[in-house]
Design a protein around this ligand. Structure first.
Ligand code: 2BA
Length: 109
């Protein structure tokens, strides 16, 4: 049994969940926040047999797109340097960040 932890962008999550449900996977959707941008994203937990890992990964890769976000470096330093007004910089986000971890035990009671 494996647990796939996927951080995806909010705009892609409904399509990913629909595709996963159609293929019979179970998933849990968690609201999360990126540590760098401090903006909302979504973390999906998908428990599956080892044989499902590739298909779940393929679904996520097919649906989740890379997007560019403009971020002001000010957000990281605004609390300390109020007079510094830098230009926004472009950051590329996604498609998705996917972790696959071994599950030691799985039961539904
Ligand atoms: P954030 O942490 O908000 O990061 C958004 C994007 O900002 C990242 O996109 C990356 O392009 C850039 N970025 C992140 N940290 C940076 C840094 N220290 N310096 C410069 N640029 C940086 P992605 O790599 O596609 O990540 C999207 C989201 O996935 C992240 O949102 C975070 O929530 C999650 N994530 C990515 N890598 C992770 C990791 N190793 N562990 C846990 N969560 C991760």
């Amino acid at each position: 049994m494996k647990l796939i932890i996927a951080v995806v962008q909010d705009q892609d999550v409904n399509k990913v969940l629909t595709a996963l449900m159609e293929k019979g996977y179970s998933a849990t959707k968690l609201a999360s926040t990126g540590g760098f941008l401090r903006q909302g994203n979504t973390t999906l937990l998908v428990g599956t047999k080892e044989s499902g890992v590739k298909e779940v990964g393929d679904i996520i890769k097919e649906i989740c797109h890379t997007r560019k976000r403009l971020v002001s470096p000010m957000t990281a330093v605004e609390r300390t340097i109020n007079s510094y007004i830098p230009s926004p910089v472009e950051v590329e986000v996604g498609g998705a960040t996917i972790f696959v971890v071994q599950v030691e035990s799985f039961e539904k009671v």
